[in-house]
Ligand binder design. Structure first.
Ligand code: ZN
Length: 158
């Protein structure tokens, strides 16, 4: 157990918002629905402070939502939010880089991308040399993703 990340506290909080009473079942009820980077550090449900990479998870059975840190989402919920944050870090460092598959699907599901944009990002994901027009489009879409991750409380556009 990593210091500062209290699994029992997180588990109890999540179980209280779940329909199932067994942890292994209960955690399967949850999906990742939003990610954001907090301007001011927040506290995870596990009690850990500070967290900056915030994940909103929603329970598909009870409809409840919770906000927990990226680390706990991966470690305890088994959801790979870390791969999406990795893609965000990559494009922030270099806007010409491509998003990864996890990020592309996530932002498509959240309604941020049009069908055309979703297709474009897939088609160009593995390409290192893009035409000037393609490079401009990729940079524009990357910026759209960066903007939305900074907007606290983004819950999808659709
Ligand atoms: Zn935590």
């Amino acid at each position: 157990m990593e210091e500062g990340h209290n699994f029992r506290q997180l588990r109890d909080a999540i179980l209280a918002l779940s329909a199932a009473t067994d942890w292994e079942v209960a955690r399967k009820e949850w999906s990742l629905v939003d990610i954001s980077e907090a301007d001011e550090a927040e506290t995870c449900l596990c009690g850990h402070f500070p967290i900056i990479e915030i994940c909103t998870i929603a329970n598909r059975v009870t409809g409840k939502r919770a906000e927990i840190g990226n680390r706990c989402v991966k470690r305890f919920m088994g959801l790979r939010s870390d791969l999406i944050f990795a893609a965000i870090k990559r494009i922030r460092k270099d806007i010409t880089k491509s998003l990864n598959a996890d990020a592309i699907v996530f932002f498509w599901e959240r309604g941020l991308l049009t069908a055309w944009e979703y297709r474009f990002l897939q088609d160009t994901m593995a390409k290192r040399s893009l035409s000037p027009a393609q490079a401009a489009t990729r940079a524009k879409l990357n910026q759209k993703v960066l903007d939305v991750v900074k907007r606290r409380g983004f819950q999808g556009l659709n």
